[in-house]
Design a protein around this ligand. Structure first.
Ligand code: FES
Length: 182
């Protein structure tokens, strides 16, 4: 048995402790917001979760290595999409297909937890996730905005940022909902 805490719930996994945490979360707990993305050198970071508050690739840590640790997935970060990173990513339309989004959000959330005013270099270093749709410029803006929100220097309105077309915004919001409901 592997015992750990997932999204504030103590859980026990009766699984081979050598399997990646990713598969325990997705297959045993149905936490499918954490995405499988190839593993090893092909890993894009879509499987990123928080482990004891740090962003880690869940394909790269085994259940045995996660024993006794506190794991947070995208489902546990906020149940109503109210985390500043989630709000800012919608506001900046930093989402296209959405596959990379949960991992991006987890990396950014971990960064802002320790550094709410990151430089662009800080963001590049702390968010190694790959986005095959190329949302990077908007992602950086979203992380900077989320940092300002976290510091209460700014509020995010429901409206997307200037320069984002209504079509982009309309695409962005359902994408996030689909990820949450999957
Ligand atoms: S991979 Fe499609 S939005 Fe990043």
């Amino acid at each position: 048995m592997s015992r750990l805490t997932v999204n504030e719930r103590p859980v026990e996994f009766d699984l081979d402790p050598r399997i990646p945490l990713l598969y325990a979360l997705r297959e045993a707990m149905n936490l499918t917001g954490t995405k499988a993305c190839g593993g090893g050198p092909a890993c894009s970071g879509a499987c990123m979760v928080l482990v004891d508050g740090s962003a880690l690739r869940s394909c790269a840590i085994t259940l045995a290595e996660a024993e006794g640790r506190i794991v947070t997935t995208i489902e546990g970060l906020s149940r109503d999409r109210s985390h500043p990173v989630q709000q800012a990513m919608v506001a900046q339309a930093a989402i296209q297909c959405g596959y990379c989004t949960p991992g991006m959000v987890m990396s950014a959330a971990a960064l802002l937890q320790r550094n709410p005013a990151p430089t662009r270099k800080d963001i590049e270093e702390a968010v190694p996730n790959l986005c095959r749709c190329g949302v990077y410029p908007r992602l950086v803006k979203a992380i900077e905005q989320a940092g300002r929100v976290a510091q209460r220097q700014e509020r995010i309105s429901a409206a997307p940022a200037p320069g984002i077309s209504p079509e982009d915004a309309a695409r962005a919001v359902p994408a996030l909902r689909v990820l949450k409901d999957e």
